[in-house]
Design a protein around this ligand. Structure first.
Ligand code: KIV
Ligand code: ZN
Length: 409
């Protein structure tokens, strides 16, 4: 079984779409949750784009220890220098250099020739590689580029030191067959190069982003670029949770797995939705409220007899809680532990104590302490924040209420 690297670009491609902007603190919270989920790479932003983007990448680079942190840069020296500066504190930094390769983009957007494009790719990837151990090159609009020129661009980038080559379907134009064929052709043309990883990056304009990403995996791509809840430019990027679960459910087709803790998918999806205040559509695959709900009598009957009749994955496998304990000022430590567990957060005993006191303090002013509140207070407790024991009421153990979540299984 091969491993497919998950490159999460929620904080860059996702965040740059209308309605999804986040401040540095919010990006940090999400980045920590992504690290806990186990993503291989967190693309934290586009440092040259603004001071805020630079600061956010810098903050994420300083806080994340277990995932690679990537910063985006055009094939220009100032962009690469900004990315290098923002990534200084990263344990595993990656500079992600991109340049468009389709004639449409070269002629109408960049107004440069193919030769000038190759020159920029070679010199800028080499410059980035001289300062950073890991460089990715993306050929923007790869799926609409002349295949021979595209192969030349990738070969130039690989010769200059890029070890991850990404062929984006930037405008969501490709079909799964075409996109898979593109990877097969590129791999054949560039041949076996030690350490080289092919990457897919799909947009959802025709609703094919996940299907295209999976087609790329079937054709040998070993990195997939995607976002939580599929957020991103226009119709969005490929949804991380859908790709991860498809790979987990269909090893017979893809023979590839990820390093993700799938039971944290629900928590990170909800955290993003709470931060951005954009609800997850109820029918969203894997993490939508209806994804595991069964209304029709025949389906309910089947599910009760054997969940496999109408479910290809269990809600628990992706962290969807079967029931939800409402946390209020009458709740106890066990209810708190259970809700934190649903969100994929495990605290040490002293942290539970601190978190409990912080929750009780908030519950005095708020009826239902929601998931976003809980995640924030759990982080606070982990970093040592506390309030005096005698300023909150002693534990009331009997006040928790159990609510069904519409899942009869
Ligand atoms: O869609 C795209 O082509 C991109 C690149 C910058 C990787 O987001
Ligand atoms: Zn993109």
């Amino acid at each position: 079984m091969d491993t497919v690297r998950i490159f999460d670009t929620t904080l860059r491609d996702g965040e740059q779409s209308p309605g999804f902007s986040m401040n540095t603190g919010e990006k940090l919270r999400l980045a920590r949750q992504l690290e806990s989920l186990g993503v291989d790479v967190i693309e934290a932003g586009f440092p040259i784009a603004s001071k805020g983007d630079f600061e956010a990448v810098r903050a994420v680079a300083g806080a994340i220890r277990n995932s690679t942190v990537a910063g985006l840069a055009r094939a220009r020296r100032p962009d690469i220098e900004a990315a290098l500066g923002a990534l200084e504190a990263a344990v595993r930094p990656r500079v992600h250099v991109f340049l468009a390769t389709s004639d449409l983009h070269l002629q109408h957007k960049l107004r440069i020739s193919r030769e000038e494009a190759l020159e920029a790719i070679g010199t800028m990837v080499e410059f980035a590689r001289s300062r950073c151990a890991e460089v990715e090159f993306s050929a923007e609009d790869a799926s609409r580029s002349d295949p021979a020129f595209l192969a030349q661009a990738f070969s130039t980038a690989a010769d200059a030191g890029a070890t991850i080559l990404n062929a984006p379907d930037t405008v969501g134009f490709a079909t799964p067959e075409e996109y898979g064929d593109l990877f097969r052709a590129l791999r054949a043309q560039l041949g076996d190069r030690p350490g080289l990883v092919w990457s897919a990056h799909c947009h959802n304009d025709l609703g094919l982003a996940v299907a295209n990403s999976l087609a790329a995996v079937a054709a040998g791509a070993r990195q997939v670029e995607c976002t939580i809840n599929g957020i991103g430019e226009r119709a969005g990027n490929a949804a991380l949770e859908e790709i991860a679960v498809a790979l987990a459910v269909r090893p017979d087709r893809y023979a590839a797995t990820t390093r993700l803790r799938l039971n944290e998918l629900y928590a990170v999806s909800r955290l993003l939705s709470e931060i951005t205040r954009v609800p997850v559509p109820p029918n969203k695959a894997v993490v939508g409220a209806n994804a595991f709900a069964h209304e029709a009598g025949i389906h309910q009957d089947g599910i009760l007899k054997n969940p496999l009749t109408y479910q290809v994955i269990s809600p628990e496998a992706v962290g969807v809680p079967k029931h939800r304990l409402v946390l209020g000022k009458h709740s106890g430590r066990n209810a708190l532990r259970s809700r934190l567990g649903d969100l994929g957060v495990v605290l040490a005993e002293d942290e539970v104590g601190r978190c409990y006191r912080l929750v009780m303090e908030l519950a005095d002013t708020k009826k239902d302490v929601n998931d976003a509140d809980l995640l924030r207070l759990a982080r606070d407790a982990q970093s040592g924040r506390d309030i005096p024991e005698d300023s909150v009421a002693t534990e009331a153990v009997h006040g928790s209420v159990t609510l069904p979540r519409g899942n009869p299984a």
